[in-house]
Write a protein that binds this ligand. Structure first.
Ligand code: GLV
Ligand code: GLV
Length: 315
């Protein structure tokens, strides 16, 4: 029987299937397993099922001398040294598609929340500070309908954001490595930055996108514009974002991802009323997380059997 290392419990019945077909060694905690646990346990394993909090670098890959497959329970694979794994004949698989709609829904939720000051309004009421009846200039936000949405990256999630934006009659522009056959205007990065009312980050994290939005880029945004990021924290240089927010150079931000997660309660971002924060919830629906479990387990089993996985990371 194949031996498999699983670094977290996953929702739904799919671990049971994996346990019937392989010998499973699983970390039962909700916290990430210690690195030493992974390094010692991976030694005799044929397959590895990880989440995005486990760094699968050369050391882990070298320790897994029998490894045939690394299946990540995520769409992102920036935590895995894919190039090195592939060079050693180890297949790498991920779980795209099934989380696209959930993530695009959250992105829209963030966008609406920050534009219409939903979280701020909720807090105001709970703090007992809603003490005047309706008046015309109370808590005015930015209109979402008919505004210009700039999408950075036009992959699966970018396209799902675009579909939603059509329902809001938004004018959509986008920038990505190459133009796509979509109903939105392809522009260069500068135009995207200078024309967007809402700038939504949907690129994945890699060497080219690391700190892609730094001070000089963020400064090109309109003072009235909002940044929305539910991709990976390090695409935005966080200290530079804090700086432009402090200087009032953009209208606000809505963030689901951060350079270091979890962020600490004294992260400067926490102080801004015009920033909406969620704790990496992009794919966090019951339905999506169960589908991700199905895909991650099937990817793993297929690779162990020498069959094609449902999704494979290729460089
Ligand atoms: C979530 O961030 C994922 O990559 O699936
Ligand atoms: C708002 O509640 C309105 O009636 O305009």
């Amino acid at each position: 029987m194949y031996k498999v290392l699983v670094t977290r419990r996953i929702p739904g019945p799919w671990l049971d299937l994996l346990k019937r077909e392989t010998e499973v060694d699983i970390w039962e905690g909700r916290d990430p397993p210690p690195r030493s646990w992974i390094l010692s346990r991976v030694k005799d394993k044929d397959g590895l099922l990880v989440t995005l909090t486990e760094r699968v670098d050369r050391e882990v890959i070298d320790a897994g001398v029998n490894l045939k497959v690394i299946s990540t329970y995520s769409v992102g694979f920036d935590h895995i040294d894919v190039k090195y794994a592939l060079s050693k004949g180890i297949r790498v698989t991920n779980t795209p598609d099934v989380l696209t709609d959930a993530t695009a829904d959250l992105i829209f939720g963030l966008l609406l929340a920050v534009a219409r000051r939903i979280v701020e309004g909720d807090r105001l009421i709970r703090d007992g500070k809603w003490n005047l009846p309706w008046y015309p200039e109370f808590m005015l936000g930015k209109e979402v309908s008919h505004s210009t949405l700039g999408i950075l990256g036009m992959g699966r999630i970018g396209r799902a954001v675009l579909r939603r934006a059509k329902g809001f009659d938004m004018n959509v522009i986008y920038y990505s490595r190459k133009p796509h056959d979509v109903d939105a205007k392809f522009v260069d990065l500068d135009t995207l930055l200078t024309e967007s009312d809402f700038l939504v980050v949907t690129v994945d994290l890699n060497q080219e996108t690391y700190h892609m939005l730094d001070y000089s880029k963020l400064m090109k945004m309109k003072r009235t514009a909002f940044l929305v990021n539910a991709s990976r924290g390090p695409v935005v240089k966080e200290e530079d974002l804090v700086r432009v927010l402090s200087e009032g150079r953009i209208a606000g931000a809505a963030l689901d991802v951060f350079e270091r997660e979890p962020i600490s309660p004294d992260n400067p971002l926490v102080k801004f009323p015009n920033v909406v924060l969620t704790p990496h919830l992009g794919s966090a629906t019951r339905e999506t997380r169960e589908k991700m479990a199905e895909i991650a387990v099937k990817n793993l089993l297929n690779c162990l059997k020498g069959e094609s996985p449902l999704y494979e990371v290729k460089l």
